[in-house]
Design a protein around this ligand. Structure first.
Ligand SMILES: CCCCCCCCCCCCCC(=O)SCCNC(=O)CCNC(=O)[C@H](O)C(C)(C)COP(=O)(O)OP(=O)(O)OC[C@H]1O[C@@H](n2cnc3c(N)ncnc32)[C@H](O)[C@@H]1OP(=O)(O)O
Length: 216
């Protein structure tokens, strides 16, 4: 994971947005529509929404996208070019339909923070966020916290504590902060709380400073 020229707490102002804002671009609009489809599919009336026709139309859209898809190796090079890193990941990426997407800011105390409301595609227990989804979000947020702290690494360990069920359909505050660096070992913590401050999930991550080269 290479950080390169990403903003850090040492070089950028409190409140710097670290994730890629959705742009007024066809790919962002198409991805937002796909995200709506995934959500609406789980909400719609199973018996009354003419899902055979929906399947036909969605397959036709998928056929069209696949017809225009370059080779995977070529696409990977394109994805990792420039600031691509913040556009396609599964947590913050405006080009990734499975990303909520979460927007993160860097704060002057060295932490990163964002607010997100999760809906049915992220459900685990009834009306609550899937534990694996919480871990996914926090793993990524810790990676961004490392970048804001001027470091980067691969997740070696992510210890996750689930304190209470994490609610869907209400704003959740997600935070991360690099706490120490010891040689190649980077230790980073994070949490998910409700808007009124109830702790739902906390994590402690161990990252090892290692760069995975970008495809070229
Ligand atoms: C600003 C905003 C921009 C955003 C930027 C982008 C953000 C992107 C965010 C994306 C975020 C998403 C992030 C992701 O999704 S990263 C993807 C998920 N992670 C992986 O796939 C990692 C797979 N594992 C590996 O590649 C290697 O095992 C690593 C790299 C981890 C270490 O292999 P390496 O050969 O390099 O090192 P080493 O084995 O010599 O070990 C070195 C030291 O570390 C200690 N150790 C190792 N493992 C563990 C362990 N499990 N518990 C405790 N300790 C452990 C070890 O004992 C040793 O200590 P010591 O003997 O020296 O004391």
């Amino acid at each position: 994971m290479k950080v390169g020229t990403h903003p850090t707490a040492a070089t950028h102002a409190h409140g710097t947005v670290l994730t890629s804002a959705p742009q007024d671009a066809p790919v962002d609009r198409a991805t937002a529509a796909a995200r709506r489809v995934v959500d609406a599919m789980l909400r719609t009336d199973r018996g009354n929404a003419n899902l055979d026709r929906v399947a036909e139309e969605l397959n036709s859209i998928a056929d069209h996208l696949e017809e225009h898809a370059p080779e995977v190796a070529e696409r990977l090079i394109d994805m990792w070019n420039g600031e691509g890193v913040t556009r396609h990941d599964p947590v913050t990426g405006p080009e990734n339909a499975i990303a909520p997407p979460l927007v993160l800011e860097g704060l002057e105390d060295g932490s990163v923070r964002g607010t997100v409301t999760l809906t049915m595609p992220y459900q685990g227990p009834p009306g609550c966020v899937h534990g694996g989804v919480s871990a996914l979000i926090l793993d990524h947020v810790l990676g961004v916290a490392n970048a804001w702290g001027g470091k980067s690494g691969m997740t070696a360990k992510l210890e996750t504590n689930y304190h209470r069920p994490t609610p869907l359909f209400e704003p959740l505050v997600i935070t991360g902060r690099l706490v120490s660096v010891d040689g190649r070992k980077i230790r980073t913590v994070g949490s998910i709380t409700t808007a009124d401050g109830q702790l739902c999930v906390s994590v402690e991550g161990l990252f090892i400073d290692k760069t995975v080269p970008r495809p070229r």
